[in-house]
Design a protein around this ligand. Structure first.
Ligand code: NAP
Length: 527
């Protein structure tokens, strides 16, 4: 049952008087449950509890933490159809997507559980003492990754499961050994509360300390601001707008003790379409991109919002075919009336630019909160001169920039802000003639794709989901895949520390049997 209350560790609490409801965009009605925003006192209680819990949780073995993560996955599955229905009623997303995203969320939890069970992720390094080294003896040094402390996770509007309450940020932070306080996203507070209850049930079943996880409601920026400024909070995970992410990043930097904010924000994911690729396959690529632009109503961080090509008859044909294809696709519901109205506004703003030409804009009556997909086009010079055209239009929208020549194409790419992904559409050997274009694109993105689409982010060790600012606040890290755990740890060295007092990962006997770097060599051997 959804109570509308906050979880301060294992206890439900609703001391405040600021309330709100969620909205069903498909039915265009408010949902019934009333949620109570966390008060300043409740925020402090949750952080104090998280800080206490961290002391115990960081010392719990990897095997036990893995059992906790697997138990969360089991408890989420046990919520079954009620959870799926709640997700749908708060997001307008269809059942298939809800189930798919739940599968991904469970997969992420189990992936981190496996990583902990195997154990080598802590990057243990041992440089044994050399007492007889000349001219100076060498000390015994042992280093590994250690958790940084309580983490605040901001749930994302566009992924109520996979980037929210038990999503990638929470799963990776819990795996790292950090306690977590979720700032629930107001658009799907009921889904968030159900998942929070599952996490807490799993925590109790597997003997985790009270406060290892809390879930706070809010429908304004104050709760998040207080959390980020709280001295006992040591890191932040965020997915959302550039404005929101940047505000939180600045707030964290201004603290007496600045802390890292790993914000994954806007991206328009440029797609470079090379000339020969269009000679024979214009229709195929037009179909493929019509689907990719409209997938999930364009509400993906990897949505292809920018298509780049060199002016030619084939590019004109591609533009016409893409326009034909995209209007064939049935319109879909957006996450919330606010997201829908910003989509409409941002789309119209782009369309109103004097040199921007609308190629396609769905021209049929649609239900409330349903988006009308659109493709617009502009020349390279106008694009270069008008920075506002570089901004994300969150929704089923793409801008085709028609460059005069290869040099202008390279300039357009080099002028872009940082992006999550970049894609090259090419005939087999064509790409080798565009070295400068590839280099320019590689410098702006975190992941480069050959003859594919940017939508669809595989959760795998080699995935990079993060890129130069503003795609993310720190391009050295990823928000997806095993390496997401590295955001919540710091390297820590022991010098001449007694063997029995070392963590298991660094003991001579290697009781965990993990892979370690001993004297520069990777090995599972004992010392
Ligand atoms: P958002 O406005 O950035 O909000 C995300 C979360 O951060 C919310 O919980 C919000 O709190 C909080 N927040 C925002 N600004 C804050 C501030 N200055 N201080 C403290 N907390 C702050 O994103 P959204 O609600 O998910 O969606 C709005 C827009 O973000 C979309 O239209 C889209 O443009 C963009 N977006 C982009 C991506 C992407 O992956 N590229 C993903 C999602 C959204 P409250 O809601 O409680 O105020």
């Amino acid at each position: 049952m959804i109570t509308g209350k906050n979880y301060i560790g294992n206890s439900l609490s609703a001391k405040g008087n600021k309330t709100y409801t969620t909205f069903n965009p498909q039915a265009n009605t408010e949902n019934k449950t009333i949620f109570t925003e966390a008060t300043s006192e409740e925020i402090n209680d949750a952080v104090d509890l998280a800080s206490e819990a961290f002391k115990a949780y960081q010392r719990i073995s990897g095997a036990k933490k893995a059992a906790f993560l697997n138990a969360i996955a089991d408890e989420i599955i046990a919520l079954d159809d009620e959870l799926i229905q709640t997700y749908m009623s708060e997001s307008g997303l269809p059942e298939g997507r809800a189930k798919g995203e739940r599968g991904r969320t469970i997969g992420q939890l189990r992936m981190f559980a496996e990583l902990l069970t195997e154990g080598s992720w802590v990057e243990a390094r041992i440089d044994p003492a050399q007492p007889n080294r000349e001219p100076n003896p060498r000390v015994d040094l042992r280093k590994m990754l250690t958790p940084i402390g309580p983490i605040v996770v901001f749930g994302a509007s566009n992924f109520p499961f996979a980037f929210s309450t038990a999503g990638g940020d929470t799963a990776s932070a819990l795996a790292a050994g950090c306690s977590v306080i979720v700032k629930s996203h107001p658009m799907h507070a009921g889904t968030g509360e159900m998942v929070a209850a599952a996490i807490l049930k799993a925590a109790q079943k597997t003997g985790m300390p009270n406060g290892v996880f809390s879930n706070l409601n809010s429908s304004g920026i104050e709760v998040g601001q207080q959390l980020v400024q709280h001295p006992k909070v040591k890191g932040v995970g965020f997915t959302g707008s550039i404005r929101g992410g940047r505000a939180l990043y600045d707030l964290a930097a201004k603290r007496k003790e600045p802390i890292p904010v790993f914000a994954e924000m806007g991206s328009i994911n440029p797609v470079v379409i090379l000339p020969k690729a269009l000679e024979t396959k214009a229709e195929t690529w037009a179909k493929t991109y019509a689907s990719s632009i409209t997938l999930g109503t364009g509400q993906f961080c990897t949505n292809p919002g920018l298509l780049l090509g060199i002016q030619s008859d084939d590019l004109t044909t591609f533009a016409a075919k893409l326009s034909d294809e995209i209007v064939q696709i049935a319109p879909q519901c957006m996450l919330h009336p606010n997201i829908h109205s910003s989509y409409q506004n941002n789309k119209e703003k782009a369309q109103q630019h004097e040199n921007v030409k609308t190629l396609a804009d769905l021209d049929i009556a649609v239900a409330e909160n349903y988006a009308k997909q659109a493709v617009v086009t502009v020349d390279g010079k106008t694009f270069l001169e008008n920075n506002q055209l570089h901004h994300e239009v969150f929704g089923p929208f793409s801008l085709l920039v028609q460059c005069e020549n290869e040099a202008e194409l390279e300039k357009v790419i080099a002028d872009l802000e940082g992006q999550l992904t970049g894609t090259i559409i090419s005939e087999e050997n064509e790409i080798s003639a565009y070295t400068n274009v590839i280099k320019a694109l590689s410098n702006r993105v975190g992941r480069i794709i050959f003859n594919g689409v940017p939508t669809g982010v595989e959760v795998a060790p080699a995935m990079q989901h993060g890129g130069p600012y503003p795609a993310s606040t720190d391009s050295r890290f990823t928000a997806v895949g095993q390496d997401a755990i590295k955001r919540w740890v710091r390297p820590f060295s022991y010098q001449d520390w007694p063997n029995e007092l070392l963590p298991d990962a660094l003991k001579n006997e290697n009781p965990l049997g993990i892979l370690r770097l001993i004297d520069g060599k990777q090995t599972r051997e004992t010392l």
